[in-house]
Design a protein around this ligand. Structure first.
Ligand SMILES: [Zn+2]
Length: 223
């Protein structure tokens, strides 16, 4: 299912999210046996040899150590809790009830099929019910989910459900646009092709005019 999950006629968003959630159910990092750093470095040496190069030559000797260190950063999202960033809700919003939108949050993630980067931007909007969250927190949530092995569809729905679970706003709209290096670097090699995924809940799901408003804000219609 690509994008527009919120538009499925007659199916409650919650049910869809639950289905999606089941399909993608994962074990928590502490339920998995994590290999040692030495084992991870040995695996990188194996991959270097598999490419046809010599892991023992001078330029490559320190590479496994660096790669494993880079992995710690690039996949740090497994060891952070996105929900903790959304816990602090500001309830005094001075009567503000209109749309809150954060546009153009940059992210880097890795496709779970090839472990190659997909890089793009996230746009998030919601209609507050009982409060708002700090705007930087939304960017943190994107970052934490992005720094895991992902599909773009799953990343989109995880961001939406995390906001829904914690803030319970009247509606959420999430759009991700990204370029996948597994498409641009290998196989079809199409530069500049971007993949767009969306997820709408609440007002955004029910009212096409709200979706249109979101789209026009994404495209810079705020002028
Ligand atoms: Zn891929």
């Amino acid at each position: 299912m690509t994008g527009n999950q919120g538009k499925l006629a007659g199916i409650e968003m919650d049910a869809v999210l639950k289905q999606v959630g089941k399909k993608f159910e994962r074990k928590a990092p502490d339920q998995l046996k994590r290999p040692s750093r030495e084992e991870a470095e040995a695996a990188v040496r194996t991959l270097i040899a598999w490419t046809g190069d010599d892991p023992e030559r001078e330029g490559l000797q320190d590479t496994p150590r660096r790669v494993v260190k880079a992995f710690e950063q690039l996949y740090s999202g497994y060891f952070e809790d996105p929900f903790s960033h959304l816990e602090r809700v500001f309830e005094d919003v001075g009567g503000y009830h209109d749309i809150v939108m954060v546009r153009g949050i940059p992210f880097n993630s890795f496709c779970e099929h090839h472990m190659l980067p997909f890089i793009g931007q996230a746009h998030i909007a919601y209609y507050p019910a009982d409060g708002v969250v700090g705007l930087s927190k939304l960017a943190r949530v994107v970052d934490i989910f992005a720094k895991r092995l992902q599909t773009q569809e799953h990343l989109t729905s995880q961001i939406a459900s995390a906001i829904d679970d914690t803030l319970a706003p009247r509606g959420i709209a999430v759009m991700l646009e990204a370029e996948h290096q597994c498409m641009t670097m290998r196989g079809v090699q199409k530069q500049g092709v971007s993949t767009i995924t969306t997820q709408f809940t609440g007002i955004f799901q029910d009212e096409p005019a709200e979706q249109a408003k979101f789209m026009s804000l994404v495209r810079g219609g705020s002028r």
